[in-house]
Design a binder for this molecule. Structure first.
Ligand code: FMN
Length: 297
């Protein structure tokens, strides 16, 4: 496979930024509310954001130094003064409003007002959270870790969650949150966002068996297949054990398989078997599919 390899020291800053935010994507978006020591409220979105631990429950976001003029963000300045934040999660309905909140307003401007979002008084921390958000966290800032003093340098704001608010509209007692009703969006490269609605969501179930046989145990012909994709082989390699002799014999006696073995050329047999395996996987008949794969070793 051909690849382009870059030495990061030789890539111009803006280009590296674009490359990284396109490749490390989609990213969840934190809408961060903070205050300065005179009590002025600030609200800004940050997609250099994620959860890094649930015991203790830790969220980290990064208000970077601006690449254009190396200035720092109000959010960063605020957390150094008052080490508390409210972090609200962003859904589709809030998209345009959070983009507006990201404008470079003067320090005295409250972005809740500019973006038309509702501040709700927090239980424990001083910064309010966003009433429209599906989920919000009240956090105590544990550490602010500066990654440098140059334009584009990040500042990790490491925060411990002390309260969690789930909007009734997406609360469900079984799983706590309903993914469809959450309707979260993610940030991608350029000015692109993505949706998490059901049409773009899919499930990869954890294998029921604790340890799969692995790709190295699959017959060689499987790995060079034009029909069997990485996902199909991944599913088969997640099975607990290679098929027994007895199950292979049962599989081989199936009339549909017998027809395949009537072919003279080995390549043709393999090709037909691979198509059969693909069909069986579609029907979620995984044991049968694995047996077919092992009929030729
Ligand atoms: C969706 C989105 C995600 C953003 N993510 C970040 C980020 O992770 N880090 C950052 O420094 N700026 C990010 N920005 C830009 C900031 O929101 C913007 O610089 C804002 O003006 C900072 O506000 P403040 O100076 O009031 O803190 C993002 C903007 C948007 C719209």
């Amino acid at each position: 496979m051909k690849t382009h390899t870059f030495n990061v020291d030789e890539i111009e800053g803006q280009m590296l930024n674009q490359l990284l935010i396109s490749a490390v994507s989609p990213r969840p978006i934190a809408l961060v509310s903070s205050i300065d020591n005179s009590g002025k409220v600030n609200l800004s979105p940050f997609s250099f954001f994620n959860i890094f631990s649930f015991n203790p429950p830790i969220l980290i976001f990064s208000p970077s130094r601006r690449s254009r003029d190396n200035t720092t963000k109000h959010t960063y300045e605020n957390v150094l003064q008052v080490p508390q934040v409210s972090i609200s999660i962003v859904n589709y309905a809030m998209g345009q409003q959070i983009a507006l909140a990201s404008n470079r307003f003067p320090k005295e401007v409250n972005e809740f007002e500019k973006a038309g979002l509702t501040p709700i008084k927090s239980n424990v921390v001083a910064p309010p959270y966003v009433g429209e958000a599906p989920v919000s966290f009240e956090c105590i800032v544990d550490q602010v870790l500066s990654l440098g003093n140059e334009a584009g340098s990040g500042n990790l704001v490491i925060s411990k969650i002390v309260r969690l608010h789930i909007n009734d509209s997406c609360y469900c007692p079984d799983n706590l949150v309903d993914l469809e009703k959450l309707d979260l969006i993610g940030r991608m490269g350029g000015s692109y966002y993505c949706s998490t609605r059901s049409e773009s969501r899919f499930e990869i179930k954890n294998p029921e068996t604790p340890i799969g046989i692995g790709f190295d145990q699959l017959p060689k012909h499987a790995l060079g297949s034009d029909v069997l994709t990485g996902n199909i082989l991944g599913k088969l390699a997640s099975m607990a054990q290679v098929p027994s002799q007895e199950s292979l014999e049962i599989c081989r006696a199936n009339p549909e398989i017998e027809i395949i073995f009537e072919q003279k050329e080995l390549e043709e047999k393999i090709n037909l078997l691979h198509h059969k395996i693909k069909d069986l996987i579609k029907k979620e008949q995984f044991e049968e599919a694995l047996c077919c794969l092992f009929l030729i070793q």
